[in-house]
Design a protein around this ligand. Structure first.
Ligand SMILES: NC(=O)c1ccc[n+]([C@@H]2O[C@H](COP(=O)([O-])OP(=O)(O)OC[C@H]3O[C@@H](n4cnc5c(N)ncnc54)[C@H](OP(=O)(O)O)[C@@H]3O)[C@@H](O)[C@H]2O)c1
Length: 269
C-alpha cells in the first residue's frame, strides 16, 4: 500500500475518484463483505439472505429492532455480524463500520436500504418531520457511502445499491419528503456512479413497487387495494422478488448509474 493510502475505511483514495491510477485491478473479493442497512426490516431481511446465498459475509444492520436483526443473522450460512446505528448520525456510521472491520473486514458491498416514511400533505407537515426523512433516507445514504467508498476505490471493486421508490419517480400526494429523499438518492446514484466507474465501483438504484413490510402494513385495506389495482401487473411485489436482483448488481461490471424498477409497472402510467 502506498504512503498516500490510509488504512481507515473512510480514508482518502490515492488518486481522485474517476481518475485512472495505474496498477492492476484487484477485482472482486472471494467472499465480499456486504452491509445491508435496515436489515431488521421487511426488505432488508430478504436482501441479507440473498447476499448470503450469493456468497457474501453480511453485516446485518438495525436501528431499533435488535431482536429482528439477530433473528436474520441466525438464518445466514456464512460468517456474519450484527451492527447498529442511526445512519443520519455520521459518527454512529463511522463506529458501525469499525465494528464491521473488526468482525469481517472492510465493506465491499453497501446496500442503502434503511429508511423512514413520514407522510403528510406538505401544507400541514412539520419542518422537523420533513427534515428527519431527508436526514435518514438521503443524508444517511451519503454517510454510509462516504465511509465505504475509499476502500472500494482502492481495491478497484465495489458495489453500492441504493433502495429508492416509485415515489422518487412519480407524484404521490402526502409524500413530498419521502419523494424528495428518493429522487435525491437517484441523482446521488447517477453522480457517484460517474465518479467511481473507472475504479471498478458500480453504483445503482433499485426501485421496488408496493411490498407488505413494516413500512406499509399499517395502511388501510382501501389504500392497499387501490395501490394493487392501479399497477399494470395488479399485485404487490414480494421482498424475495426484489432481493433476487442482487445477483445482477454483483455480477455486472458495466451496469452503473441505473435505476432498476421491480414495481409491477406502477411508474409506467
Ligand atoms: N414497503 C414498500 O412498499 C416499499 C416500496 C418502495 C421502496 N421501499 C423502500 O424499501 C426499503 C426498506 O423498507 P421496508 O419496506 O422493508 O420497511 P421497514 O420494514 O419499515 O424497514 C425499514 C428499515 O429501516 C431501518 N431504519 C429506520 N430508521 C433508520 C435509521 N435512522 N438508521 C438506520 N436504519 C433505519 C429500520 O430499522 P429498525 O426497525 O431496526 O429501527 C428498518 O430495518 C426502504 O428504503 C423503503 O423506502 C419500500
Amino acid at each position: 500500500m502506498s504512503a498516500t493510502h490510509t488504512t481507515a475505511q473512510d480514508g482518502t483514495p490515492a488518486a481522485p475518484a474517476g481518475q485512472p491510477a495505474g496498477g492492476k485491478a484487484s477485482g472482486r473479493p472471494e467472499q465480499p463483505v456486504a452491509l445491508v442497512t435496515g436489515a431488521s426490516g421487511g426488505l432488508g431481511q430478504a436482501l441479507a439472505l440473498e447476499l448470503d446465498a450469493l456468497g457474501c459475509r453480511v453485516a446485518v444492520h438495525y436501528n431499533r429492532s435488535e431482536a429482528a436483526a439477530r433473528a436474520v443473522r441466525d438464518k445466514l450460512r456464512n460468517d456474519a455480524t450484527v451492527v447498529t446505528g442511526d445512519v443520519g448520525d455520521y459518527d454512529a456510521v463511522r463506529a458501525l463500520y469499525e465494528r464491521i472491520a473488526d468482525d469481517l473486514g472492510p465493506v465491499d458491498v453497501l446496500v442503502n436500504n434503511g429508511a423512514i416514511r413520514k407522510d403528510a400533505l406538505m401544507a400541514m407537515q412539520s419542518p422537523d418531520d420533513w427534515a428527519d426523512v431527508i436526514r435518514t433516507n438521503l443524508v444517511g445514504s451519503f454517510h454510509t457511502a462516504r465511509v465505504a467508498v475509499g476502500h472500494m476505490l482502492r481495491q478497484r471493486w465495489g458495489r453500492i445499491v441504493n433502495i429508492v421508490s416509485p415515489s422518487g419517480l412519480i407524484a404521490t400526494s402526502g409524500q413530498t419528503a419521502y419523494s424528495a429523499s428518493k429522487a435525491g438518492l437517484i441523482g446521488f446514484t447517477r453522480t457517484l456512479a460517474a465518479e467511481c466507474g473507472r475504479r471498478g465501483v458500480t453504483v445503482n438504484a433499485l426501485s421496488p413497487g408496493f411490498m407488505i413490510t413494516g413500512m406499509t402494513e399499517g395502511l388501510s385495506d382501501k389504500v392497499k387495494e387501490g395501490m394493487e389495482a392501479k399497477a399494470p401487473v395488479p399485485r404487490f411485489v414480494t421482498v424475495e422478488e426484489v432481493a433476487r436482483s442482487m445477483g445482477l448488481f454483483l455480477d455486472q461490471d458495466c451496469m452503473t448509474g441505473q435505476t432498476l424498477s421491480i414495481d409491477s409497472g406502477v411508474t409506467l402510467t
